[in-house]
Design a protein around this ligand. Structure first.
Ligand code: GRF
Length: 190
C-alpha cells in the first residue's frame, strides 16, 4: 500500500485484548522518523486488557467495544469518524466478520505466534513443542474471514531448544514479534 499522501503517516488503529506488548512496541515505532503509520486509536473488546494503560501513557484515544454482529456498524462508523485507514491486530482475540473485513479490504493485518500455515488458532507454542518441531516463529499476515489464513507478509524463524517449554518459547518469539511487526508494516506501506 502506498502512503496516502506525500509525507503523511497512515492513520492506524491497534486492536488488542490483553497485555499489549506489541501495541507498546508499535506505538514506539510509530513515533520514529521512519514509520509510515501513526497510531491514533486503541480498540479493545474488553476493559480488562492490560494494554489499555498505554492510552494514558501515550495520550492515544481508546475505546472498548462489544464485538457482536449487531454492533459492527457502530464500530465501523467510529473508525470512519476517526479517519482510520489501517488496522493492526495485536493479541486481539475476536474474529472479525466478513462484512467488517470488506470495509477495510487489504488494510487489516495480524501478528500470529507460529510459522503459518502451521498452528493456526490458540496454543501454538504447546503444539510446536508437542510435535518436537525444531523451529517455530511468528508471522505477520493479512486478515481475511478465515482464521489466521490471509497472505503472509513476513515471518521470523526461532529455534526451539530441548530446554524450551511453552512459556520460554513464547518469550523468545514475542521478542522477535516486536522486530517483525514494524518491519512488515514498512514492507507494505512505503
Ligand atoms: C502475541 O504473541 C501475538 O502474536 C498473539 O498474542 C500475543 C499478544 O501479546 N496474537 P501482546 O498482548 O502484544 O503482549
Amino acid at each position: 500500500m502506498k502512503k496516502l499522501s506525500g509525507r503523511k503517516k497512515v492513520k492506524t488503529a491497534v486492536f488488542i485484548s490483553g497485555t499489549g506488548s506489541n501495541l507498546k512496541n508499535l506505538i514506539k515505532f510509530s513515533k520514529s522518523k521512519k514509520s509510515t503509520i501513526s497510531i491514533n486509536l486503541i480498540i479493545s473488546n474488553t476493559s480488562n486488557a492490560k494494554g489499555l494503560k498505554y492510552s494514558n501513557q501515550y495520550k492515544i484515544k481508546k475505546k472498548i467495544f462489544n464485538f457482536k454482529k449487531n454492533n459492527e456498524q457502530i464500530i465501523l462508523n467510529f473508525l470512519k469518524k476517526n479517519k482510520i485507514n489501517f488496522i493492526c491486530l495485536a493479541g486481539f482475540m475476536k474474529i472479525l466478520s466478513k462484512k467488517f473485513i470488506k470495509n477495510f479490504k487489504g488494510k487489516i493485518i495480524n501478528i500470529h505466534p507460529s510459522l503459518l500455515p502451521k498452528y493456526k488458532g490458540l496454543n501454538t507454542h504447546e503444539k510446536a513443542i508437542k510435535n518436537k518441531d525444531k523451529f517455530s516463529g511468528c508471522s505477520v499476515h493479512y486478515v481475511t474471514s478465515k482464521l489466521d489464513s490471509g497472505r503472509i507478509i513476513m515471518q521470523t524463524k526461532v529455534r526451539i531448544s530441548s530446554k524450551d517449554n511453552a512459556t520460554s518459547l513464547a518469550k523468545k518469539i514475542l521478542k522477535k514479534e516486536h522486530k517483525l511487526y514494524p518491519a512488515a508494516i514498512l514492507k507494505i506501506i512505503d
